[in-house]
Design a protein around this ligand. Structure first.
Ligand SMILES: [Zn+2]
Length: 98
């Protein structure tokens, strides 16, 4: 619950699970690339294509994947167990640097 830094300039995006608005670099991104691959990535990655965002917490990852919120945001069927595992793996990595 840190206040955003005044000097930080980052686009704001909403988590598809809890709808909280956060700077984009505090969220995980799931993108569908132009060739149709689904990519889960951390804040620094910028895969091309349509993206949806989710908080770096397992509760939001779970909800976003299991309720279909991510599928709706991306307008696409997803491999839920695989995507959830990938996103949860990114949480572990990113929390180390927080
Ligand atoms: Zn969230």
């Amino acid at each position: 619950m840190r206040p955003p830094l005044a000097t930080r300039i980052s686009p704001v995006r909403s988590c598809v699970a809890c709808r909280t608005r956060r700077p984009r670099d505090e969220l995980l991104r799931v993108a569908v690339t132009p060739d149709g691959a689904v990519v889960a990535e951390g804040p620094r990655a910028r895969a091309p294509g349509r993206g949806a965002y989710v908080c770096k917490v397992s509760a939001c990852v779970h909800e976003a994947v299991e309720t279909g919120a991510l599928s709706r945001a991306l307008n696409r069927e997803l491999d839920r167990p695989k995507l959830r595992a990938e996103l949860e793996g990114l949480i572990d990595v990113t929390e180390e640097n927080d």
